[in-house]
Design a protein around this ligand. Structure first.
Ligand code: ADP
Ligand code: MG
Length: 449
């Protein structure tokens, strides 16, 4: 029954919730309507109970088990867990020490988020290098390391990768990863249970502290205060701190100035929106991975390129698209062609397109080449006008889902063959002329940003 419920949960709670919270649950017994689960830490038990309790109960009942209450019992290392699971947990989860009330305050790590699986490209090379440096230890070179960037660009992935590497290479270090939300939750819990001293001790015994999505504690005064103290205590002891946020320290609203300036005094690096090459690299890596699982996979040339062009900068969306495509293809037993991708991903493609409009492309391109916007749709055919116009057509074809006739219409009612010719010409120039390649890259980046 639990197996079925787990599968059901995997579909509904999202993959990262599933990996972090549901997977580590160990079903131990059901008696008198009480379902007991073994969990590695009490923190985790509380969290699961609060956030997923009702859902789990509901699903268990639906699956035929009469459950009126859930209980989460902290399992010490020696408690019977299947060997493989226990090993896995020991590797990836925070130490499963049988502690008293307040347990080691880390969140589970996603075992897939390693340096090996992180594809490096221009937009993330700095962040990657900085993360790698921290993971390699040595004398503390920048503290804190502050990683920031938009959703789905790899902040959490990099932080987990650092934690994995440190736990593997320097197991003596107490490495703690948690989201700012979890930090706050624990703080509130300690307050409520009058365990502030324990809370402080606990965090101050950490060697490497990683707090993900720190923008979350902005505006939450007492949590901020405690975070600041913890932070200072660790920095004073030369302990490494790694922070992530969705924006630069100075731009986080409702964050106290002294915290902002503390956050800025280490190394601040950002993850830029992915570019085409990086997206393609990530897709290729994923495909490699799938190939190992499904030998019968057939993928037509050009599909990955199409996805890399057309799907937004958020890697999570990109991954989701690929997963869906593969699931669909294997379900209907078809090869993955461009048409299949267009059909099966229509909604994602549409959503990704919303961002870049032809008007925007025309505006940026005319600014870039210093011509008037009206020339884009005007009749002039001299090269200094016609070339930028072709560049804009090329980008419109590449970055939007508009058809050639539609693009033609937006460029002063030109014929679709004119657009096609323009696109081809730019494609050729891109190969021959490095200045052109650079211009295109720049424009694409600024449009996608
Ligand atoms: P963030 O924390 O910045 O919102 P995540 O780290 O959760 O983003 O990344 C979202 C998804 O994209 C994850 O599944 C992650 O593995 C994947 N991902 C992001 N960047 C890369 C990359 N450079 N190489 C491989 N996978 C990546
Ligand atoms: Mg994240």
């Amino acid at each position: 029954t639990w197996g079925t419920v787990r599968n059901e949960l995997q579909k509904t709670v999202g993959q990262s919730n599933f990996t972090n919270w549901i997977e580590p649950l160990e079903f131990s017994s059901l008696k008198d309507g009480i379902a007991v689960f073994a969990v590695p830490t009490s923190f985790m038990g509380n969290w699961v109970s609060r956030n997923f309790g009702d859902q789990i109960k509901h699903l268990l009942n639906e699956a035929g088990a009469a459950v009126s209450r859930l209980e989460f019992a902290v399992a010490s290392k020696s408690v019977a867990r299947p060997a493989s699971k226990a090993q896995k947990a020991a590797q990836h989860a925070p130490a499963v020490e049988p502690t008293a009330d307040i347990s080691v305050p880390g969140a589970p790590l996603d075992s897939r988020f390693t340096f090996e699986s992180f594809v490096v490209g221009k937009p993330n090379e700095l962040a990657h290098a900085a993360a790698k440096r921290v993971a390699e230890g040595g004398p503390v070179s920048f503290n804190p390391l502050f990683l920031y960037g938009g959703v789905g660009l790899g902040k959490t992935h990099l932080m987990h990768a650092i934690a994995h590497e440190l736990r593997r290479d320097r197991p003596e270090l107490n490495v703690v990863y948690l989201s700012a939300e979890q930090f706050m939750y624990r703080f509130v819990q300690a307050l409520r249970e009058r365990k502030m001293m324990d809370f402080k001790e606990l965090f101050r015994s950490v060697d490497v502290l990683m707090v993900d999505d720190v923008q979350f504690i902005a505006g939450k005064d007492s949590t901020q205060e405690e975070f600041f103290h913890t932070f200072n205590a660790l920095v004073d002891q030369n302990k490494q701190i790694i922070i992530s946020a969705d924006r630069a320290p100075g731009e986080i609203k409702d964050l106290e100035d002294r915290i902002k300036s503390r956050l800025q005094c280490g190394l601040v690096v950002d993850l830029h929106p992915t570019d085409y090459e990086l997206r393609l690299g990530i897709l290729q890596q994923k495909v490699e991975h799938y190939r190992k699982q499904y030998s019968g996979l057939v993928l037509t040339d050009g599909v990955l390129e199409f996805l890399a062009h057309r799907i937004s900068t958020n890697v999570r969306v990109l991954e989701g698209a690929l997963t869906r495509l593969f699931a669909f293809a294997s379900l209907v037993g078809r090869e993955i062609t461009l048409e299949l991708a267009q059909d099966c991903l229509a909604d994602i493609l549409r959503a990704s397109d919303r961002k870049i409009t032809i008007e925007e492309i025309q505006r940026r391109v005319s600014e870039h080449y210093n011509i008037r916007l009206s020339e884009m749709i005007g009749p002039r055919r001299v090269r200094i006008i016609a070339r930028p116009r072709q560049v804009a057509m090329f980008l419109a074809k590449q970055l939007t889902s508009r058809s050639l006739p539609e693009i033609g219409r937006r460029f002063g009612g030109r014929d679709h063959t004119t657009v096609m010719h323009g696109v081809k010409r730019i494609e050729e120039l891109k190969q021959l002329d490095s200045q052109m390649a650079e211009d295109l890259e720049l424009l694409r980046r600024s449009l996608e940003a």
